[in-house]
Design a protein around this ligand. Structure first.
Ligand code: HEM
Length: 157
């Protein structure tokens, strides 16, 4: 990950201490989580918050949003952390602001995914230390993603 000094992504990566071990951990965790992601997303879209949203947007297309989210998580854990990644995540953040998804809903959703991913890892790895190591990597990626997605909010405050 060679990113210029003073670049937003570099600042966040340094701050949260996302290192090579975390990249390896996040990728290994994703191999376990990936086959279960459909179920996690179905659970997410059947939650009370998402049901309310469905009413708010009559053309809310859940199968298409599930596909887009799968592509998003795939790219997050397997792709590179570079300028293209930043633009893509900012675009996703703007899409949510455009349709007025509240920041608290957005933040708590990331919490839901964190918990679901941990539940899957715990199920597969009976050794608690393995789960903790994998979660350390996953957590840093997820919070980094959330920070980038929300970073456009600053312009509006
Ligand atoms: C972990 C949190 C979330 C992730 C990773 C996520 C991911 C995505 C992605 C990848 C898209 C497609 C954007 C595009 O087409 O460019 C999208 C669209 C959308 N999401 Fe989310 N989302 C999250 C949370 C939420 C929440 C909490 C809501 C509602 C309460 C929501 C409602 C929507 C809506 C309405 C769209 C369609 C926006 C449009 O077509 O302009 N999302 N989301």
């Amino acid at each position: 990950m060679i990113l210029p000094e003073g670049y937003e992504l570099r600042e966040y990566i340094d701050f949260i201490d996302l290192n090579r071990q975390d990249v390896i951990a996040a990728r290994s965790a994703w191999v376990v989580i990936r086959p279960n992601i459909d179920d996690v997303l179905k659970y997410f879209y059947s939650s009370q918050i998402m049901k309310q949203t469905t009413k708010q947007f009559p053309r809310f297309d859940i199968p298409s949003l599930i596909d887009k989210q799968i592509a998003h998580w795939d790219q997050l854990f397997s792709g590179g952390l570079d300028e293209e990644y930043v633009s893509r995540v900012k675009r996703i953040g703007s899409a949510h602001r455009r349709v007025d998804i509240s920041l608290p809903y957005y933040i708590i959703s990331y919490g839901l995914f964190l918990n679901e991913f941990e539940r899957i890892l715990r199920f597969h790895h009976k050794n608690q230390k393995d789960t903790l190591d994998l979660m350390s990597g996953i957590r840093k990626f997820i919070l980094l993603d959330l920070a980038i997605a929300c970073s456009g909010d600053r312009a509006q405050s």
